[in-house]
Ligand binder design. Structure first.
Ligand SMILES: CCCCCCCCCCCCC[C@@H](O)CC(=O)SCCNC(=O)CCNC(=O)[C@H](O)C(C)(C)COP(=O)(O)OP(=O)(O)OC[C@H]1O[C@@H](n2cnc3c(N)ncnc32)[C@H](O)[C@@H]1OP(=O)(O)O
Length: 240
């Protein structure tokens, strides 16, 4: 709904951002520094592994604990939005974070034969570059010392990295399908005492199809953020 005159113009609203409480600022600063450090550790580990082993095989296994820890920790971002300490849509953040949690725990962790696929490296590298940029952007922004190149990187890298990451994720799920079909993992066949059936193979296909409507929403959200932050356009986001 467009704001009425009483509500004030959008521009006024933008300028009147509610300041964060000292506790929220301290928590977010701690959270963002921790996440930047975590993804930097992952980046260094990946570079070291590639340099020493000269292959991508075994890369995932060597970094899996750190990856699982920091990607799972990102669940807090949904809570940050829900309690209102960050001004982002719960829905947009929820889709982004949950799709990553799904990839980490229900795809790469669970389906071992795909852990050495090249497509895994594709999304691991794009996630890592993105998250180092994103969390350092939030940190410097909170400290009111944001270097322009970090802001530029935050709102330009995604243009290329987002589609590449999605291709990596989709190729990995696609590569997992034959193993899931053969093993029947996480599936429940009738008859059973609960009288319900579940087919993980079909579930993975549905997840892949879900990228078609959901990914463009995230991508266009980022394009709007880019216009707002880099070009100063005032854009009204839909409410959740
Ligand atoms: C359970 C099964 C689910 C199955 C679903 C299947 C379909 C899924 C399709 C989804 C595909 C996702 C693929 C993806 O995983 C692939 C990749 O990531 S590849 C690598 C490239 N990726 C990216 O570039 C990711 C971009 N995404 C994001 O940045 C965020 O996740 C997103 C939520 C999409 C956008 O972020 P946000 O809305 O927060 O935008 P801003 O950064 O501009 O921030 C807005 C304002 O909030 C403040 N903010 C946000 N977080 C913080 C924080 N941690 N600390 C401090 N402040 C924060 C920020 O400063 C802004 O404030 P203001 O407007 O006041 O300046």
């Amino acid at each position: 709904m467009a704001p009425s005159e009483e509500d004030g113009s959008l521009e006024e609203k933008e300028n009147k951002k509610k300041p964060l409480s000292p506790f929220a600022t301290a928590w977010l600063t701690f959270y963002n520094i921790t996440m930047t450090a975590g993804w930097l550790v992952l980046a260094v580990a990946m570079i070291r592994f590639s340099y020493q082993k000269r292959t991508h095989k075994g890369l995932y296994r060597s970094i899996q604990k750190t990856l699982k820890f920091f990607q799972t920790f990102a669940l807090l971002e949904i809570i940050h939005c829900a309690v209102g300490i960050v001004r982002t849509s719960v829905l947009v953040t929820g889709v982004q974070v949950m799709s990553r949690i799904f990839m980490v725990w229900f795809v790469i962790h669970s389906i071992r034969p795909i852990q050495n696929e090249e497509s895994v490296v594709l999304f691991l590298v794009t996630w890592t570059v993105t998250e180092i940029t994103r969390y350092s952007f939030y940190t410097f922004n909170l400290l009111n010392h944001l270097p322009y190149f970090i802001k530029w990187a935050r709102y330009n890298f995604f243009i290329i990295l987002y589609p590449i990451g999605v291709v990596g994720e989709l190729l990995t799920i696609y590569g997992a399908l034959p193993f899931v079909k053969k093993s029947g993992m996480y599936s429940l066949r009738l008859p059973n005492k609960y009288n319900v059936s579940f087919d993980y193979y079909t579930c993975l296909i549905i997840v892949m199809i879900a990228y078609i409507p959901l990914f463009p929403q995230l991508y266009f959200h980022m394009l709007r953020q880019r216009r707002k932050v880099l070009h100063g356009e005032v854009i009204k986001e839909k409410e959740d």
